[in-house]
Design a protein around this ligand. Structure first.
Ligand code: TYM
Length: 329
């Protein structure tokens, strides 16, 4: 079985971008792959130094993943900081990562703009820690959204550099999505990607209640509609159709797609349908996640079990890494 790994930062409520870009694939991959999924709580410190809400956020990410269908018996579902082997690999990889390439990373440049007073070393070496997350299990497939593509490219570079210098230990990891391009879900206001911290009215969270879901979808950006048959959809309309693909039946999706192509679509009806189907989609996840999150005994059992599996794999890799670098005395 091929090894799969992916992570989510516990920096806020999970949304449909996380679900559609990543979590949905975790669930689909758990049967056929050797899977490691984790909560990236170390990564969250690069942007969220205040940790008052961190613990509850970590529990929520675990709960929402299990509620979305992830089976902790089938996969290793763990918290990053429970696996100290990752930190040691991060240290070695840091010696192979150059300041110039780290400074050129798109996410680094963005964060440096949004938090000019806190351009910390962790932020700069974020892609190195991410490479360590992946390489510690020698994962080859990494289910992520489009925004992580550059980080994966860097992970490949660090792996290759390590292999070249110390001997071949790491396979090449690649960003993964089933048969399609990597996904980017846009914000409902049409401004950039849906994200944990952007405009909350334009972000659909897995924890949103029914009314919030309806309100947000009805307010989603549209326009006066297509005027020529079979025209290309503007990206904010395409985005709503993408959301319809997760929440609605194929029959419903194709009905509205056909109406779009024939210029007979009424966005009011389209959004009402999408809103109701989205309510039906999110509600069971929200309710199940809330139950799990309230059951701390269960959560602790899950993350303990996950940490044990992850550490077994991580320490095996680290042992080889130490041998390769001659760090065994
Ligand atoms: P994070 O926490 O920002 O997001 C978690 C996952 O959700 C995907 N995602 C999206 N996909 C499509 N459209 C969107 N609008 C959208 N927003 C988020 C992300 O691509 C991601 O797959 N650096 C990672 C966490 C991480 C990680 C790793 C991932 C740390 N180590 C190792 C993979 C492998 C991050 O910040 O994801």
């Amino acid at each position: 079985k091929e090894t799969v790994l992916s992570g989510i930062r516990p920096t806020g409520y999970l949304h449909l971008g996380n679900y559609f870009g990543a979590m949905r694939n975790y669930v689909k991959m758990q049967e056929d792959y050797n899977c490691y999924f984790f909560v990236a709580n170390w990564h969250s410190l690069t942007t969220h130094p205040d940790t008052k809400a961190l613990q509850e956020s970590v529990y929520r990410v675990i709960a929402e993943n299990v509620a979305s269908g992830l089976d902790p018996e089938k996969v290793a579902l763990y918290v990053q900081s429970d696996v100290p082997e990752i930190a040691e690999l991060y240290l070695y990889l840091n010696m192979l990562a150059y300041k110039g390439e780290l400074e050129k990373t798109t996410t680094f440049k963005e964060k440096a703009k949004t938090q000019p007073d806190n351009i910390n070393a962790g932020l700069l070496t974020y892609p190195v820690l991410m490479a360590a997350d992946i390489l510690i299990h020698r994962a080859v497939k990494v289910p992520v959204g489009k925004d992580q593509e550059q980080h994966l490219e860097m992970a490949r570079n660090f792996a290759e550099r390590f292999n070249f210098r110390y001997g071949h230990i790491f396979p090449e990891p690649h960003a993964f999505n089933f048969g399609e391009n990597l996904i980017k879900i846009m914000s409902l206001d049409g401004n950039g990607k849906m994200s944990k911290s952007e405009n909350q009215m334009a972000t659909l969270y897995l924890a949103d209640d029914d009314d919030a879901i309806r309100k947000k979808i009805m307010k989603a950006k549209t326009d006066s509609g297509p005027t020529t048959p079979n025209s290309i959809k503007p990206d904010y309309i395409e985005n709503l159709f993408t959301l319809m693909k997760i929440a609605s039946t194929e029959e419903v999706y194709y009905r509205f797609d056909e109406q779009y192509n024939q210029c007979t679509i009424r966005y009011g009806d389209f959004k009402k349908q999408l809103a109701e189907d989205m309510v039906a989609f999110i509600k069971p996840i929200r309710e199940k996640a809330a139950d799990i999150q309230n059951n701390k005994e269960l959560i602790h059992k899950i993350i303990k079990q996950g940490a044990d599996k992850a550490r077994a794999s991580a320490s095996a890799t680290l042992q080889e890494v130490r041998k390769a670098i001659r760090m065994i005395y």
